[in-house]
Design a protein around this ligand. Structure first.
Ligand SMILES: NC(=O)c1ccc[n+]([C@@H]2O[C@H](COP(=O)([O-])OP(=O)(O)OC[C@H]3O[C@@H](n4cnc5c(N)ncnc54)[C@H](O)[C@@H]3O)[C@@H](O)[C@H]2O)c1
Length: 343
């Protein structure tokens, strides 16, 4: 069997999630790891038995590398992906698709021109609980979905930002808690709503980390979708710990609660657990979830079978547009109904 050759660019915190999965997929071979700080690439190359490089452009000259994972700071996603796609390399980029909607739009245009595929890592869409909720929405079993709330209370200490200064800056991170941490929850809310956004009101603040970052650490929003569904959102990085994300979805005939990847149904005054995943993420980084592996495997299936991957530039841009809608609403101190999400 011919193996699909892979490279990972960026050997920081999230790198191992990708490298470990690649080492488990039989049809795939990690051939190169890249980091501008070469010692990091060399350290990982030793562990995963592959080559190391400091400049991702070497990939352009490597016909044996077909898929490239981008695990780099946000502002590098779009320019790197555009160059790689133009050279016919499939790209799987970590979220967000780009650090601004404008950069995301440029990348979307590049992906449309390329024969290769672009995928965006929103792994929580692959969580058993998220899939179960989406099935219930689509089936209509609980009537129409009316309203949702998403609550994320996490903790990021000053060291998280000082250790990696691309974080906490508009130019390189593209925002703060919304674009980096809670974009996953905003993505789930919009995926469940399954509709374009009509109106966003909201506000960002820097409640706790103002001495260290220029971006927000806290935000709230009220998001109205074109199909009439409303989502209320609160997120912060100023909490003591990384609590499980909590989502509530109110339907005509019942309410769903999603917490720690379990789903509970409240119906006729009774609460029942309707989803308890076989694998619950535990440990320090449990809030990342368990689904990187599912998403990465699915991306490779699509690439190998030459089928379009569903979490593409269009899908991968939706949550980013909401993030920037909240920034725009906060700046104008009014609800936004007519912002250009691609500007
Ligand atoms: N999906 C998730 O749950 C999840 C979780 C954590 C991080 N992420 C995402 O992963 C990406 C990376 O985040 P991280 O926390 O691992 O960051 P990090 O700072 O720990 O790692 C980034 C790495 O990229 C390297 N790098 C910087 N510029 C480079 C260049 N020009 N060429 C090659 N390498 C370069 C850095 O040296 C560093 O090792 C971000 O997009 C982040 O949002 C996703």
């Amino acid at each position: 069997m011919k193996k699909t050759g892979a490279a990972i660019v960026g050997c920081g915190t999230i790198f191992a999630q990708h490298a470990r999965v690649l080492s488990e997929i039989e049809e795939t071979e990690l051939r190169l790891v890249v980091d501008s700080e070469l010692f990091k690439a060399e350290r990982e190359a030793e562990i995963y038995g592959c080559e190391a490089a400091a400049d991702y452009r070497v990939i352009l000259e490597r016909p044996d590398i077909e898929v490239v994972h981008l695990c780099t700071p946000h502002h590098l996603h779009a320019p790197m992906a555009e160059e790689l796609l133009a050279a016919g390399k499939h790209v799987l980029t970590e979220k967000p698709i780009a650090h601004t909607p404008k950069a995301a739009e440029s990348l979307r245009a590049a992906a449309a021109k390329s024969s290769a595929q672009l995928g965006v890592v929103f792994q929580n869409r692959y969580n058993e609980s998220s899939r179960r909720i989406r099935e219930l929405i689509d089936s209509g079993r609980l009537g129409r979905l009316l309203c949702m709330k998403g609550i994320v209370t996490w903790s990021r200490l000053p060291e998280y930002y000082t250790a990696n200064p691309w974080r906490g800056s508009w130019a390189t991170e593209g925002g703060g808690m919304l674009i980096n941490q809670t974009i996953h929850t905003l993505d789930l809310l919009q995926w469940f709503a399954n509709s374009d956004v009509k109106r966003i009101a909201g506000c960002i603040t820097t409640d706790s980390l103002g001495d260290y970052i220029e971006v927000e650490d806290t935000a709230h929003a009220c998001i109205d979708f074109s199909n009439g569904i409303r989502a209320l959102f609160y997120g912060t990085n100023a909490y003591l710990t990384n609590s499980p994300v909590e989502l509530e979805l109110i339907f005509e005939q019942g309410t769903l609660l999603q917490r720690r990847d379990c789903v509970y149904l409240l119906e006729n005054g009774e609460e029942t657990e309707i989803c308890r995943p076989s694998q619950i993420a535990e440990g320090v980084k449990s809030y990342w979830g368990v689904s990187h592996g599912l998403l990465i495997r699915d991306f490779y299936h699509h690439v190998r079978e030459n089928r379009p991957f569903w979490l593409d530039a269009e899908e991968g841009s939706r949550a980013l547009q909401i993030v920037y809608g909240i920034y725009a609403a906060s700046q104008s101190a009014a609800a936004i109904t007519r912002w250009d999400p691609k500007a």
